[in-house]
Design a protein around this ligand. Structure first.
Ligand code: ZN
Length: 237
C-alpha cells in the first residue's frame, strides 16, 4: 500500500503534464527525429536485398541452367570428329574407331553362332557428310530443323563422327533398316540380350524427349576414350 501510494504520487503529475498538453506535439517530434533513421534502415535493407538477388543463389541457379542447355542443339550433344589415324575399315565402305573394331566383329560372330545375322549399315561419318545428310534430307522432306533433328543429328553433333557409333540391321529383314520395326527383328532381340557383354549400348531409347527412338543405333563404351566421349551423355541420362 505504502509503495503504491509513492508511485502514484510520483507518476500521476508527470503523466498528466505529458498526455494532456503535448500528445500530438511529441508524436510529431518523434516522427521527425526518427524518420531519417527509418529511411536509412529501409534503404540499407533494400540495397542488401538487391545485391543478394544479383549475386546470390538465384543467379547461380540461372547460369547453371543455361550451362546445362548451352552445349546441346535440338537435344543433341556436340561431338568432335575422330582423327583419321584412329579409323579402321570393317567393310569396304564402313570404318569405325580402332578401339571398337574387335569387339564389334566378335559380337557379330557370336550372333551368327546363335543363328542371328546382323549387317552393319553405317559407322563413322565425317562432319561434312553429316552436313549433307542433315541439310539435304531436311529440304527434300520439307522438314524444319527441329523435326529433322528428331531423326538425324546436326553436323558436329552426331555420335557417328566419333567412330564409336554403329547402325545395325537384320540381314533377313532389310526392309527394317533404319526403321522402328527393326525392334521386332531377331537381331534387335539378340542385341538387347547380349550387346552389353561387348560394351555396346543403345544410344536413343524411347524416353528421349528430343530424339526419336533408334533401335538400330548402338554406341561403344568399352574404352577410356569412348567413356570420356560419352560422359556428358551418360551423366544426363
Ligand atoms: Zn546412327
Amino acid at each position: 500500500m505504502e509503495q503504491n501510494k509513492d508511485i502514484n504520487e510520483f507518476d500521476i503529475p508527470l503523466a498528466k503534464r505529458t498526455y494532456l498538453k503535448n500528445t500530438n506535439g511529441i508524436l510529431l517530434k518523434r516522427l521527425l527525429i526518427y524518420s531519417p533513421l527509418f529511411l536509412l534502415i529501409f534503404s540499407i535493407a533494400t540495397l542488401r536485398l538487391i545485391r543478394n538477388l544479383e549475386s546470390g543463389p538465384l543467379l547461380n541457379l540461372n547460369s547453371q541452367v543455361e550451362r546445362n542447355y548451352d552445349d546441346r542443339i535440338l537435344g543433341h550433344l556436340p561431338y568432335n570428329e575422330i582423327s583419321k589415324e584412329k579409323l579402321v575399315f570393317i567393310e569396304p565402305n564402313i570404318s569405325v574407331h580402332v578401339d571398337m573394331k574387335d569387339s564389334l566383329l566378335k559380337m557379330r560372330q557370336e550372333a551368327i553362332k546363335d543363328g542371328v545375322n546382323m549387317v552393319f549399315l553405317s559407322g563413322y561419318r565425317s562432319i561434312n557428310l553429316q552436313k549433307d545428310i542433315f541439310y539435304s534430307l531436311k529440304s527434300v522432306r520439307n522438314q524444319e530443323a527441329a523435326e529433322r533433328a528428331r531423326v538425324s543429328a546436326p553436323p558436329g553433333y552426331s555420335e557417328h563422327s566419333t567412330g564409336f557409333a554403329i547402325d545395325i540391321g537384320d540381314a533377313t529383314q532389310r526392309e527394317t533398316d533404319f526403321e522402328k520395326e527393326f525392334e521386332n527383328t531377331d537381331v534387335f532381340r539378340w542385341l538387347k540380350k547380349n550387346a552389353a557383354k561387348f560394351h555396346f549400348k543403345l544410344s536413343f531409347n524411347k524416353n528421349n524427349k528430343y530424339i526419336d527412338y533408334e533401335p538400330w543405333h548402338w554406341r561403344y563404351e568399352g574404352s577410356i576414350e569412348a567413356l570420356k566421349v560419352f560422359e556428358t551423355s551418360n551423366r544426363g541420362s
